[in-house]
Design a protein around this ligand. Structure first.
Ligand code: GAL
Length: 362
């Protein structure tokens, strides 16, 4: 019997987080042989992180004795629906899904429910359906707060410095994380906008004005180029809130093409997320300023463990049962903590933590 509609058991405190992860890391050897296949639907291969995610989840599940089927939707929501439909037809025992369009999966997840296949929403919450059992992700609002905090500190806003010019970028409007990142950042930035210590010259401040479809770097570059042309004839940009490294790279491309990064026009503070290799190198080279590191190894471990628990009729370890309402239900979640990384701590966090080697960052 599948644990199809599990009730929420104990909410784990922070202390149990490392315990859970440790236990997970060792589980492959300690447990009896497992059966079953886990279907994993990832959104795109266009960004390094999702390739890492797919590989990590497969590795962890295989280590626990499961078979896996990993598919990539290549940024096309319809393709992803067809892929999930295929996984359902093939009779996978659990689905792990990182959605491309969070609202396009209702019908196919109903098919999964009818076939009693439990669903774990991976990193991005699937909206508008009861048929999501668990959510494994990071504290997404905290990601935005870390980006905003960095801008505030770098510019010295708390010391009364300014006013400064800032431009705002957000992620894809069909990704539920987008609003969490943006809201988290604006919680901290809005007071400075209200006092005009931060000025958005383009006037583009609302989430609906600043999203970037499919998190595409080229789209962000184009928008930044337009903003520079229309709003910065005189004066310069001092900071850019960017939610994701791919977008940061696009923004930096437009800035550099406009003469930033040389002489009297230093590059602005540019945030990011995911600690992608190109962005970490850019940080080391003094171009992108910051990124938010999310340890994808931990996310994969938590997810594999959730799948294992569900398949063995155990309640997974959870630490949040209130934040993520998908419109049909509050989805019980396990949230990991993100870390702000810049030039000063990348060695300690990324190299010290074994995420990259020194050689990879050369
Ligand atoms: C989000 C994810 C971010 C980033 C972005 C673009 O859903 O949480 O970490 O990867 O997608 O891929």
């Amino acid at each position: 019997m599948r644990n199809r509609r599990p009730a929420l058991a104990a909410i784990a405190g922070a202390a149990s987080v490392s315990l859970a992860l440790t236990a997970c890391g060792q589980s492959g050897a300690a447990r009896p042989e497992k059966g079953g296949t886990v279907g994993i639907a990832m959104p795109t291969r266009a960004s390094e992180r999702w390739i890492t995610d797919g590989n990590n989840v497969v590795k962890d599940l295989k280590g626990m004795g499961y078979k896996t089927r990993l598919v990539y939707g290549d940024g096309d929501p319809e393709r992803q629906v067809a892929q999930i439909q295929d996984l359902v037809t093939r009779g996978v025992d659990v689905l792990v899904v990182a959605a491309i369009d969070n609202r396009s999966l209702g019908k196919v997840l109903q098919q999964a429910a009818d076939a009693e296949i439990p669903v774990i929403s991976y990193d991005r919450l699937i909206l508008g359906t009861e048929n999501v059992d668990y959510y494994a992700s990071f504290d997404n609002e905290q990601v935005g707060r870390l980006q905003a905090r960095y801008i505030i500190d770098e510019l010295g806003l708390e010391d009364g410095k300014g006013p400064f010019n800032i431009e705002l970028f957000a992620g894809s409007k069909d990704d539920n994380n987008t609003k969490y990142f943006f809201d988290g950042a604006m919680q901290l930035l809005q007071p400075y906008l209200d006092k005009k210590r931060l000025v958005v010259r383009s006037g583009q401040t609302g989430l609906n004005k600043v999203t970037t479809l499919r998190w595409d770097g080229a789209t962000a570059r184009k928008r930044m180029k337009g903003i520079l042309a229309t709003s910065y004839g005189i004066g310069k940009v001092d900071a850019v809130l960017s939610p994701y490294d791919g977008i940061s790279m696009g923004v930096l491309g437009a800035l550099k093409a406009d003469g930033y990064g040389s002489g009297a026009k230093p590059l602005p503070v540019v945030t990011g997320q995911d600690a992608e290799l190109a962005s970490v190198k850019s940080i080391i080279a003094g171009q992108q300023t910051q990124t938010v590191y999310k340890d994808l190894r931990q996310l994969a471990e938590v997810t594999a463990r959730m799948a294992d628990d569900v398949l063995n009729d155990r309640e997974p370890t959870l630490n949040d049962n209130g934040t993520y309402d998908n419109g049909s239900k509050v989805v019980p979640a396990y949230l990991l903590q993100p870390t702000s990384v810049d030039r000063t701590n990348y060695k300690e966090v990324l190299v010290g933590g074994g995420y990259y080697t020194d050689a990879e960052l050369k």
